[in-house]
Design a protein around this ligand. Structure first.
Ligand SMILES: C[S@@+](CC[C@H](N)C(=O)[O-])C[C@H]1O[C@@H](n2cnc3c(N)ncnc32)[C@H](O)[C@@H]1O
Length: 231
C-alpha cells in the first residue's frame, strides 16, 4: 500500500534540497535542446496552448520557482492574475523572490497540496508543468481544475511519462530522477495515464502530443461544462 503522507514528505524534502539550484539545473537541461529534449521550448508551447488574453486569470499548479511566470505575465499582463500553487515552501521562496524582483503585483502564491487546493471559480486557464506525475491524486486535480474553469477555459499539462517499451530498471541509469521525487513507486503508478484519461473524459478538443521518445507529453483541452466555473 502507498503511504501518501511519507511520499509527500519525500517530495517536500527533495525540493527543499533542490530549490536553491533548481533554475540552474533546468538551464543545464536546456543544453540538450538541440537533440529535441527541449524542457523550456515545451514550456513555451504549453503556455501558448492556453490561449491567454490580457486580463485573464491563470492557475499554475506546482509552480515551483516560478519558471512559467514570465511567460504567463506577458500573456495576462498587469491587469490579469497568476495564482501559483506548490507543496514546497522552499520552491515558493524562490518564486517569491522572482515576483519581488520583477515588481509583479498580480501574482498570488499558495503553499498547498495540489489535490487539496480550493480553486477559485471562473478561472480562464490552468497550467501544470512537470508536476502532476508527483501528485498521487492527479486525477482529482484535473477534475477540480475542470470544475473551476469558465466554459471554454483551457488547461495544459506538460509532464514526464515512462514509455511502455522502457523497462523500469532504466530509472537507475536516469539516476537524477529520484532527486526530483520521481521514484519507482511513481513510475509504477503511471500517473500520466490517469491525467490523460481524465482530461480526455472531461475536456473538449482534447489533444496529446508525445514528446522526446514518449518520455514527456503535452496534453491540452478546453472546458465544456457548466460547473463552479460558469458565470
Ligand atoms: C519538477 S518541479 C516543476 C516546477 C515548475 N512547474 C517548473 O515547470 O519548473 C515539480 C514541482 O511540483 C511540486 N509538487 C510536487 N508535489 C506536489 C503536490 N502534491 N502539490 C503541489 N505541488 C507539488 C514540487 O514542490 C515542485 O515545485
Amino acid at each position: 500500500m502507498i503511504d501518501e503522507s511519507s511520499g509527500k514528505q519525500e517530495v517536500i524534502e527533495a525540493y527543499r534540497r533542490r530549490a536553491p539550484r533548481y533554475d540552474l539545473a533546468v538551464r543545464l537541461f536546456d543544453v540538450f535542446a538541440m537533440s529535441g529534449f527541449n524542457i523550456s521550448g515545451w514550456r513555451r508551447e504549453a503556455v501558448s496552448a492556453l490561449g491567454l488574453k490580457p486580463g485573464d486569470t491563470v492557475v499554475d499548479i506546482g509552480c515551483g520557482t516560478g519558471l512559467n511566470f514570465p511567460l504567463l505575465y506577458r500573456a495576462v499582463a498587469s491587469h490579469g492574475k497568476i495564482i501559483g500553487v506548490d507543496l514546497s515552501a522552499a520552491m515558493l521562496t524562490q518564486a517569491r523572490q522572482v515576483v519581488a524582483a520583477n515588481q509583479w503585483t498580480n501574482v498570488q502564491l499558495v503553499c498547498a497540496d495540489a489535490a487539496q487546493f480550493d480553486f477559485p471559480s471562473h478561472v480562464d486557464a490552468v497550467l501544470s508543468t512537470y508536476t502532476l506525475t508527483l501528485v498521487p491524486d492527479c486525477g482529482l486535480v484535473v477534475s477540480n481544475a475542470c470544475e473551476a474553469l469558465a466554459p471554454g477555459g483551457r488547461i495544459a499539462v506538460l509532464d514526464m511519462a515512462w514509455p511502455r517499451y522502457c523497462p523500469l530498471w532504466w530509472r537507475h541509469v536516469l539516476f537524477f530522477l529520484r532527486s526530483y521525487g520521481v521514484t519507482a513507486e511513481v513510475l509504477r503508478r503511471r500517473p500520466w495515464e490517469v491525467v490523460q484519461t481524465s482530461m480526455m473524459e472531461l475536456f473538449q478538443d482534447f489533444s496529446v502530443r508525445h514528446l522526446w521518445f514518449g518520455f514527456f507529453y503535452l496534453a491540452c483541452g478546453a472546458a465544456r461544462h457548466t460547473g463552479k466555473g460558469a458565470p
